[in-house]
Design a protein around this ligand. Structure first.
Ligand code: ZN
Length: 99
């Protein structure tokens, strides 16, 4: 019996044992089965909440990044400002004179 075969057999045995325990609990011990179901529902809910939080965090990050990219794209006020990428204004630019 190779190492890998032993590992597979052990995993299958553990899974079968777990299945047997669950079946026993459901068939003869309703209180324990209820507790197991309660914990399972709690875990599923926690997992879903974690997944939602991760997705929301990604969306917020993406939104913040897109806002940063759009910040330099202000309203072009004059041809000097546009051609110099926001560094220089025309002498008669109204935006420049109000600053
Ligand atoms: Zn300008």
């Amino acid at each position: 019996m190779s190492h890998r075969t032993y590992q597979t057999a052990a995993a299958t045995g553990a899974a079968t044992l777990g299945l047997c325990c669950t079946t026993l609990a459901i068939n003869s011990r309703w209180w324990e089965a209820g507790m197991l179901a309660f914990v399972a529902v709690f875990l599923v809910e926690a997992s879903a909440r974690e997944s939602r939080a991760h997705r929301d965090a990604l969306a917020r990050e993406r939104m913040a990044r897109s806002n940063e990219q759009e910040e330099p794209l202000l309203v072009p006020c004059c041809s000097f400002w546009t051609s110099s990428a926001g560094a220089v204004h025309a002498p008669d630019c109204h935006t420049w004179s109000t600053r």
